[in-house]
Design a protein around this ligand. Structure first.
Ligand code: URA
Length: 284
């Protein structure tokens, strides 16, 4: 028997295939659609399973599963061409349009398409949306400092976000930002996964828990995910605190924790690490 849900999906798919990308919905309809989408995703397996740390059991949030979108860039394309292709795909992501909870300005990525290190944050904020580049606000300045200390200039790495659009908070949003929801992460996930396949970095750093949730499918805390290697599509992944955490917590302990994550990454990249670098943020 055809359910109302199936009929609605068929109807929406028909409209999207006919070129319609937006639709006015009242709060009730939006709530019902969101609930359907979340429950559908709960039944599907994530593509990048993470080793399950004990803390996973404490977390009940379902890991986002990518929403099916065609992000397969033709194999003969150069990395630059693949990224341009993905940028175009991201601008027209059907799953994002259907959600209607992300703002319309896209902030794609920045840096070196041939980078060995890829850094993945959560979503653009006020500054990033204004300037059209990831990590250009206060968190970005903090990130630049860390990269400089590691001998990795910002231009030498590739910096992107799980979510390519600033999460919407309504007409009173002003400069406020919010973390993307599971549904928003899932809607954008096919793009970042395709960026990873295009760039094929030696390793990835997840900046914060939202990034880890997207790439590793784990809703565990950053504290419990730090200190070991994970895998995303064959690429080693390290999880560290988001730079904005260091803006809120200026303790030596917090700085050292992030620095140790970067030292592990520098080792993975076989960079020369000086004794001075090794001792940053250690107690005197
Ligand atoms: N925080 C993020 O996670 N990404 C940005 O681009 C900016 C701030």
């Amino acid at each position: 028997m055809t359910t109302i849900r199936q009929l609605t999906v068929q109807g929406l798919t028909h409209l999207m295939e006919g070129g319609q990308s937006t639709m006015g919905l009242d709060d009730e309809a939006r709530g019902i659609l969101r609930e359907w989408m979340l429950s559908a995703r709960r039944g599907v397996t994530a593509t990048a399973p993470a080793p399950a740390p004990p803390q996973v059991q404490q977390q009940t949030a379902p890991a986002p599963t990518p929403v099916s979108e065609n992000t397969a860039a033709p194999v003969q394309m150069s990395v630059e061409e693949k990224l341009a292709f993905l940028q175009q795909r991201a601008a027209n992501l059907k799953a994002v349009r259907v959600l209607g909870t992300l703002r319309s300005t896209m902030v794609f990525a920045t840096g070196n398409p041939h980078a060995r290190l890829m850094l993945v944050g959560e979503a653009p904020g006020y500054d990033e949306e204004r300037l059209g580049e990831p990590f250009v606000g206060r968190a970005g300045q903090k990130l630049n400092q860390i990269l400089k200390a590691a001998g990795l200039p910002r231009e030498s790495v590739y910096i992107s976000n799980i979510c390519k659009f600033r999460p919407d908070m309504g007409p009173e949003q002003g400069m406020s930002n919010r973390a993307p929801s599971d549904a928003e992460i899932a809607a954008c996930l096919p793009i970042i996964l395709a960026e990873i396949r295009a760039i094929q970095p030696t390793c990835i750093i997840c900046l914060g828990g939202t990034s880890a949730k997207g790439l590793l499918g784990s809703a565990s805390s950053v504290a419990s995910l730090r200190g070991r290697w994970f895998d995303c599509q064959g690429v080693p992944v390290r999880v560290t605190y988001h730079p904005s955490y260091l803006l809120r917590n200026e303790s030596m302990q917090a700085k050292r924790a992030v620095w140790e994550d970067f030292l592990a990454v520098m080792e993975k990249l076989q960079l020369n690490i000086t004794p001075r670098q090794r001792s940053f943020f250690l107690p005197a």
